[in-house]
Write a protein that binds this ligand. Structure first.
Ligand SMILES: N[C@@H](CCC(=O)N[C@@H](CS)C(=O)NCC(=O)O)C(=O)O
Length: 210
């Protein structure tokens, strides 16, 4: 398998963690987003969205980080990243989507660039935008984790929800977001970061890290 990704991309980091948790080997293909490589060849002809991550498995192309992780889950079921029960699976997917669908799209590189380049917002205003959506979005996650506390987001082993949470915290810390109102989120983040699957795939450990 080949993973087209970028060290600082949190959506890419989700997939790197899932691959590591499942012990799967892959070729790391860097796509330098800040240099615009997502819009150039060879990536442009593989990717219709021009977004990373993108997984190639043989001739097949899989996009969207959560769909990639679900694909890995179905093709390599062990260790499972989704609970055995339907309600548990729904909760884990909802937690992942609270981050991947409600927070991340508002703070993507192209959105932040549109704010500053097209709408002429200042760096300060852009950062306020960023922090607002991350902090309020993570408070939603915190309330859910507080309602059903466990070692990880759901239960005693990492799931799709942890694969999604940890990269978002990396971004939150990078942009100086407030985290003191997130005790369960930060406890789970620390628990995950003590594990190789999260630690060895973090942005600073990637081959393309600046
Ligand atoms: N929903 C997509 C999001 C993908 C995405 O937004 N990727 C970002 C990096 S985290 C990207 O490639 N940005 C390139 C750009 O904004 O030009 C997923 O989960 O895979």
């Amino acid at each position: 398998m080949e993973l087209y990704n970028y060290f600082r991309s949190s959506a890419s980091y989700r997939v790197r963690v899932a691959l590591a948790l499942k012990g799967l080997d892959y070729d790391y293909i860097p796509v330098q987003l800040v240099k615009g490589e997502q819009h150039a060849e060879p990536f442009a002809s593989v990717s219709s969205s021009r977004l990373v991550p993108l997984l190639k498995d043989g001739d097949a192309v899989v996009t969207q980080s959560l769909a990639i992780i679900e694909y890995l889950e179905e093709t390599h079921p062990l260790p499972p990243l989704l609970p055995a029960d339907a309600l548990g699976r729904a909760r884990v997917r909802a937690l992942a989507q609270d981050i991947a669908c409600e927070i991340h799209p508002l703070n993507n590189l192209r959105v932040l660039r549109y704010l500053t380049r097209d709408l002429k917002l200042s760096e300060d205003d852009k950062n306020r935008w960023y922090r607002h959506w991350v902090e309020s979005g993570l408070e939603v996650v915190e309330r859910q984790l507080a309602a059903q506390p466990a070692r990880y987001c759901h239960g005693e082993t990492p799931t799709l929800a942890d694969c999604t949470l940890v990269p978002q915290i990396f971004n939150a810390l990078r942009f100086d977001c407030r985290t003191e109102q997130l005790p369960n989120v930060m406890r789970i983040y620390q628990t995950c970061m003590a594990e190789d699957a999260f630690k060895l795939t973090q942005p600073a450990s990637c081959p393309d890290a600046a």
